[in-house]
Design a protein around this ligand. Sequence first.
Ligand code: COA
Ligand code: AMP
Length: 638
Amino acid sequence: MAQEYRRAYAQATENPSQFWLQAAEKLEWERMPSIAVDESRAPLYSWFPDGELNLSANALDRHVAAGRGDQAALIYDSAMLGTSTTYTYSQLLQQVAVFAGVLRERGVQAGDRVLIYLPMIPQAAIAMLACARIGAVHSVVFGGFAPKELAARITDCAPVAVVTASGGIEPARRIEYLPAVAEALELAQPEVRDVIVAHREGFEHGTCEYDGQSFNGHRVAWHDWDRLAAHAEPADPVPVPSTHPLYVLYTSGTTGTPKGVVRDTGGYGTALQFSMNAVYDVHEGDVMFTASDVGWVVGHSYIVYGPLIAGAATVLYEGKPVGTPDAGVFGRIIQEHKVTTMFTAPTALRAVRKADPGGGLLTGHDLSTLRALFVAGERLDPDTYHFAVSLLGVPVVDNWWQTETGWPIASNPLGLEQLPAKAGSPTTPVPGFDVQIRDVLGEAVPAGGEGNIVVKLPLPPGALTTLWGNDQRFIDTYLSQIPGYYLTGDSGFIDEDGYLFVMGRTDDVINVAGHRLSTGAMEQVLASHSAVAECAVIGLADELKGQRAAGFVVLKSGVQITEEQLRAEIVAMVREHIGPVADFRQVQVVAALPKTRSGKILRKTMRQIADGQDYVVPSTIEDASVIEALLPVLRPEA
Ligand code: COA
Ligand code: AMP
């Protein structure tokens, strides 16, 4: 295997302190760290414990100070509005400093949480960086989540302020955000003092005269962003300890209660600077276009913080890969903004291929500036990989990671050197991640054998330091099964060349169109329907979205309801409780669910049958005839 990569990987594994202290030097510190990792609370680790810095200063001020103030920093491209606006580093710094001043004047202090519920508009990035500037901890919630999910997050992290907008624009409809926020605040009964609203034209509540006191009778103080900003004093960056939480980002686990992944400041900044250069090969003056959403980790790391820390320009895109207006929109953006590096999800590429199999709409644009396409969020299947390679003629790089890790665990490290690609594999572990395959007992699995993918502790800088307010849940969920290792929740294998293949989750997390969702949370909703005795939700293979959720329900005896009515009611309930992003449509009534003798539903067996895979019925099954009875439902075409 190639030398540059091998050397960096060996250094990061054999002498992590030296490797990461050296990487940290690329940031601007108020106080340079002298210690790499604090192991005194193992298995909880913290990076650069004696360092102090500010990430907003690293993302903005230092580039302006270096004379790059006139360079593009953020390009807001809205396919929904047909507009594009560029903010230079100086302009973005000015906006961020003013909004940081707004937050400070509203009494937000270092360590306070600020919840951000915004569509893909510049205010999202501005609000995040403004929080970082004053040491406030942001928690961004994806706009496609319903008020109940928003409320759960407000309850968990107890923000003092919520930053939102009057609305978001989806291709088929406009989304009024304020009623959703008001409903969430009612449900959460939080200590939120202020709601700050970014005004957008064309929304029912967009021109509301907030009186600083109420909105539709809600007593929290509601404010107009622009009005507050007009009078605010810009705020300077406040240095915080490296270990200070930068943000909490909620992600789905097996249960219905989302997990608040806590990200530190100095470790994350160091990891992003390193990955921008070593993995994505993005440097000052480059243009990165990450077609994701600030509500996901990809958006945090590679729309907002990563490109700006690296001194590149970032494209913040409000739109879809297809239909806004067509499957050529990514090409239009690459051409118009001279994009050097693009990042998207495989599902978006499949959507492009479905709408325009030849890809001519995309390649009809001038793509000559593009050096590489990165994809993540779900496995890049070989078909989609070959489609993208033949379309673009540049390296197409699958990178595997998670909300928890904050940056890629495995990827072709283009900035170190380009390793030969293997379709279906995100290549090899990135320096800093000691990836191993273990069986259920924690024993090492030989090359080629499938098992749990684990990472040796300590995780490198940038990975989660804990779950918000719950060290024990962090330890129980990720660190206890195999002592000394972090359990990723994915299964896979490493081949004889050291290439990793990620095959799927070992838990009840599914991935719908690159969106991570919990089947457990959906089951809770189904189970709350008055006609349902018990239920199972599983993720089935879906040609476009990778996976889709399917619900199987057993009715209470004597209940009179048609399957059609039940389906309509349950679909509406999932939309109301979890949100449209779950894209939940399939419900089937069955006589019984297959279970083990201890009562565990055999979801994996059901999924294998439905997906047409070989399946083994576990010997622990309570009643094998239940599987027989389910076959026509799960495999209707057989
Ligand atoms: N706010 C409110 N609602 C949202 C939303 C948001 N930010 N994002 C999605 N939704 C809604 C959609 O309007 C849709 O609602 P509908 O059922 O009323 O039509 C529903 O959630 C599902 O949306 P979506 O997942 O976008 O599916 P789609 O069928 O409209 O589009 C794709 C399919 C493949 C084009 C789309 O899923 C996509 O762009 N995927 C890429 C995802 C991605 O980049 N993920 C990043 C992970 S790295
Ligand atoms: P999220 O936390 O939303 O980023 O989702 C993380 C999960 O998505 C991982 O644990 C994987 O199951 C899946 N995933 C993300 N990227 C990839 C990839 N490149 N290959 C395979 N699975 C992926």
